[in-house]
Design a protein around this ligand. Structure first.
Ligand SMILES: C[S@@+](CC[C@H](N)C(=O)[O-])C[C@H]1O[C@@H](n2cnc3c(N)ncnc32)[C@H](O)[C@@H]1O
Ligand code: SF4
Length: 409
């Protein structure tokens, strides 16, 4: 089951922004996220807001057919709410679920609607996630032709028994083949997602996955520690004792192995869990999340952020369709962050970036804790000096959440 939404305040039916938020539209770059809430089957570890066809049932409002038209209706609402000061869109990211379960032409139609309503910056980054089994060379060519510049494939592992524990149905080698097809189609950037720490995954299995990912030649890799999310099949199996909980020491070893292997192959960590060949290969859409820019999230359960106002849409595709059909905003709730919550959020996110967090984002008390963190080799000495920055060492990246806990008041 997908996890629950936050509570927050009620959101107005017309989606209107508070005056002080509306007044600052256009001061930061704007991104558009499209959530595609459909999957063929649900992987046992995943609690994303996504639904299989049997879960959705026969309700036409919840179907894949017509989904992009509903998403474009929300885009029209975004144009009205953001008003004339909205800048051309810098980044578009289509995620899921499995975006490539929709016909590639539908994703192209959404992108054309973004361009028509907002305009696209001349160097806009346009990404879609893809499950490699749900796309082929012809589909990738259509996406590229439609203006997508970047594709991110969910590979997870190269070890068949690990994929089986994750409930992932993959044709062996398909992710690597999809990377080659994406380059051949002319994509500017190609990424692979990996997961480590799956119960039963040995260091040799993880090493094999890293080798296979690198051999495919992506210019970006994301590697995440497996999270056992409440309510998933994986969590049930762990609770029953059928599978062990991922072991913290093994997770740390796997992270170090990933960082050594990926950086040895020329992909450097620019965020704790993300490695890129060079600056151009970094995911600008995700960087905008981490830097607190503005973005509008279209689709069921999608989150948006403009100038410290966060809101989130109703989760179920049928409820989402019903709101839009009634001419109302699909937002379920929202919250306006105060200055202190925004600062804490900034510390949490920016400290994870390779460039680090400017020291002047910290209070005087917090700054006094930096020498101790440096002595424990969790942050580098880049914090000292006039343009000081808090930059995590590799050991610090492994314990990023703990470093933030130790740092904050
Ligand atoms: C929502 S998926 C979208 C891509 C596509 N649906 C797929 O799975 O190939 C995005 C990524 O989130 C990561 N992910 C999802 N659930 C996770 C979990 N419980 N622990 C760690 N990573 C997870 C996976 O690496 C996955 O590729
Ligand atoms: S394909 Fe991706 S989004 Fe769908 S259930 Fe699996 S991990 Fe989750």
């Amino acid at each position: 089951m997908p996890s629950a939404l936050p509570e927050g305040d009620p959101a107005p039916a017309d989606g209107r922004l508070p005056a002080e938020v509306a007044a600052s539209v256009g001061r930061r770059p704007l991104g558009i996220y499209l959530h595609v809430p459909f999957c063929t089957t649900r992987c046992g570890y995943c609690d994303f807001n996504t639904y299989t066809a049997p879960e959705l049932g026969p309700d036409p409002g919840a179907s894949r057919v017509g989904y992009i038209d509903r998403a474009i209706t929300e885009l029209d609402l975004a144009v009205r709410v953001l008003g004339a000061d909205a800048p051309p869109v810098s980044t578009v990211f289509v995620g899921g679920g499995t975006p490539t379960l929709l016909p590639p032409a539908d994703l192209g139609r959404f992108l054309a609607a973004v361009e028509d309503r907002f305009g696209l910056a001349h160097d806009a980054e346009v990404t879609t996630e893809s499950n490699p089994d749900s796309i082929d060379a012809a589909g990738l060519a259509v996406l590229r032709e439609a203006g997508f510049t970047r594709v991110s494939f969910g590979m997870q592992s190269a070890a068949p028994h690990v994929l089986a524990t994750l409930d992932r149905a993959h044709t062996p080698g398909r992710a690597q083949e999809a990377v080659r097809e994406a380059w051949a189609a002319g994509f500017e950037h190609v990424s692979l997602d990996l997961i480590y720490g799956t119960p039963g995954e040995s260091p040799a299995d993880w090493s094999q996955s890293l080798d296979a990912a690198l051999a495919a030649g992506p210019d970006h890799v994301s590697a995440y520690a497996l999270i056992v999310e409440e309510g998933t099949r994986l969590a049930t199996r762990v609770r029953r004792g059928e599978l062990p909980m991922p072991d913290d020491d093994l997770l740390a070893d796997a992270y170090v192995a990933a960082d050594e292997r990926l950086s040895g192959a020329g992909l450097d960590a620019y965020e704790v869990s993300n490695w890129a060949r060079d600056d151009a290969a970094r995911c600008r859409h995700n960087l905008a999340y981490w830097r607190g820019d503005d973005w509008w999230g279209v689709g069921p359960g999608a989150h948006s952020h403009v100038a410290g106002l966060r809101w989130w849409n109703v989760k179920h595709p049928a409820a989402y369709a019903a709101r839009l059909a009634a001419g109302a905003s699909p937002a379920a709730g929202r919250e306006l962050l105060d200055a202190d919550s925004r600062r804490v959020e900034r510390v949490l996110l920016e400290v994870r970036l390779a460039e680090g967090l400017p020291v002047d984002a910290l209070t005087a008390t917090e700054r006094r804790r930096l020498p101790d963190l440096a002595a424990r080799r969790l942050v580098t000495d880049a914090y000292a000096g006039p343009a000081g920055r808090v930059v995590l060492t590799r050991a610090g990246r492994l314990l990023a959440d703990g470093v933030v806990r130790d740092l904050l008041d």
